[in-house]
Design a protein around this ligand. Structure first.
Ligand code: ZN
Ligand code: ZN
Length: 348
């Protein structure tokens, strides 16, 4: 019963999310002087891999969110990005760029414009060098304090960008201060470091919640990479933070003021979608294994069974051997989150 209700919630969340974006028109990039001002999210996970949506659906979602460009950055693999590139084409808009999140124990780096995957077994500086050898750019992903040891000075000197706006900072002043501190210290070594805002989208937070405005000379992968490499970016978070060169930040304020904000009903449906989706998913994970066993002879097992929650957590009652590992039934990406080496199971 509860599992069915959870499935219903999950479906309701998906429907609400679809309705929130229904009818949204294609976003037209703004201009500022000689530059196009492109809205981008350079940290997006997709299917097959670490995210819920395949590339073609991600592109539609990016369009609904008013984004001009996204990068497909699954953990340590490029398969989904290759499929996405094949399906969406090189020049279709919004642009879907080839990427990877190089995922190591002591650093995560979001890469944009990569052709071949870079393993997470290298040091951060070595990984960045391998990225540059392919003409791509390397962005420190959610560089809070736990990653500072891995993102050492050698890495800071060659990074192209750092996420200063990320959902982890929303309502969390400590995380916000740590991402700001990392960007400041890196800029002392590397003044052209691009300020990046990314959502680290897997399935829950709306894509583009945190975003980057790029001042590009052309609307292409090469144009985006050149702008990041030159540091012509402004990072934005929905709590009002903008980060970057003051002239560029003023230009972004003008662009955002001129743009129509999403209607209230879309924002409400977004919130409903997120809450219903999370509750539904949680319910399915916790209660899917809660179907009572039928004892031999058909006797009711009630009273002899551990509670559904206890069972789902894999704790066998005293005197009874654990019968199953509940994690084997959880979607693979959730298992990966549980075993993720960071403290960021929602955003990685
Ligand atoms: Zn990560
Ligand atoms: Zn990530």
């Amino acid at each position: 019963m509860i599992a069915r209700a959870s499935a219903g919630l999950l479906i309701a969340g998906a429907l609400a999310g679809s309705l929130a974006g229904a009818g949204a028109s294609t976003h037209t990039p703004a201009h500022d002087g000689e530059f196009l001002v492109l809205a981008g999210d350079f940290h997006v996970h997709g299917f097959p891999g670490d995210g819920a949506l395949p590339a073609w659906a991600l592109r539609d979602e990016a369009r609904r969110r008013g984004l001009d460009v996204i990068a497909f950055t699954n953990h340590n693999q490029r398969l989904a990005g290759r499929i996405g590139r094949f399906v969406t084409g090189d020049t279709a808009t919004p642009l879907v760029l080839r990427g990877e999140e190089i995922t190591a124990a002591h650093y995560h780096i979001a890469v944009v414009g990569i052709e071949r995957a870079v393993p997470g077994t290298l040091s951060a500086a070595e990984a960045i060098a391998a990225v540059h050898a392919q003409g791509a750019v390397a962005i420190a992903a959610h560089p809070d304090k736990m990653f500072w040891r891995g993102l050492d000075e050698a890495a800071q000197q060659t990074l192209d960008g750092a996420e200063i706006a990320h959902p982890m900072i929303l309502g969390d002043p400590i995380s916000r201060a740590q991402l700001i501190a990392f960007t400041r210290s890196t800029r002392e070594l590397n003044p052209r470091l691009a300020a990046i805002g990314s959502t680290d989208y897997h399935y829950r937070q709306p894509m583009g919640l945190c975003r980057t405005y790029i001042f590009a000379r052309e609307y292409s992968e090469a144009g985006v990479i050149e702008a990041i490499r030159a540091g012509r970016t402004v990072a934005f978070d929905p709590e009002g933070g903008t980060y970057g060169d003051p002239d560029l930040t003023e230009a972004v304020d003008r662009v955002r003021t001129a743009a129509q904000p999403p209607a209230a009903w879309r924002r409400i449906l977004d919130a409903v979608s997120g809450i219903a989706g999370m509750l539904g998913l949680l319910g399915l994970i916790v209660f899917r294994n809660a179907v009572p066993r039928v004892a031999p002879g058909g006797a009711s097992p009630l009273g002899a069974e551990p509670s559904p929650v206890t069972n789902a957590l894999g704790r066998a009652p005293s005197g009874e051997t654990r019968r199953q590992d509940p994690l084997h039934r959880v979607p693979k990406n959730i298992v990966r989150s549980v075993h993720h080496p960071t403290r960021l199971p929602r955003f990685c």
